[in-house]
Design a protein around this ligand. Structure first.
Ligand code: AMP
Ligand code: ZN
Length: 114
């Protein structure tokens, strides 16, 4: 998708600090981390928001969530705990319109979020 920052990260025309990659998804460190661990996990296909999900994407989304759990173990935040987050549209705090799962850890998070 032209002019999508995360599609450019996927095709490597913009560099990123990659944590994990497979045929379906890419995980990389957030450029402006909100926690000691802040990884973004994104599908390799361009889906702008959660509102654009189709039934055919259910398996892919499951893989994103599954990967968050695997990476949490790999990064050593699984025992203490961590936060996973999808933001949707403006009120939800979304700034990049290619869905991404935030994986945050290494500090304590309150609930509800601010
Ligand atoms: P959101 O606000 O949920 O859309 O999250 C977008 C995230 O992308 C923010 O946490 C940004 O810090 C992060 N971000 C923006 N540009 C880059 C980049 N070039 N590399 C890595 N992370 C980025
Ligand atoms: Zn995209």
């Amino acid at each position: 998708m032209e002019n999508c920052l995360f599609c450019k990260i996927i095709d490597k025309s913009i560099p990123s600090d990659i944590v994990y990659e497979n045929d379906n998804l890419l995980a990389f460190n957030d450029i402006n981390p909100e926690a000691p661990v802040h990884v973004l996990i994104i599908p390799k296909i361009h889906i702008p928001t959660l509102n654009d999900l189709k039934k055919e994407h259910v398996g892919l989304l499951g893989e994103l969530v599954f990967t968050a759990g695997i990476l949490a173990k790999k990064l050593g935040i699984d025992k203490d705990g961590y936060r996973t987050n999808f933001n949707c549209n403006d009120a939800g705090g979304q700034t990049v319109y290619h869905i991404h799962l935030h994986l945050l850890g290494g500090r304590h998070f309150s609930w509800p979020p601010g």
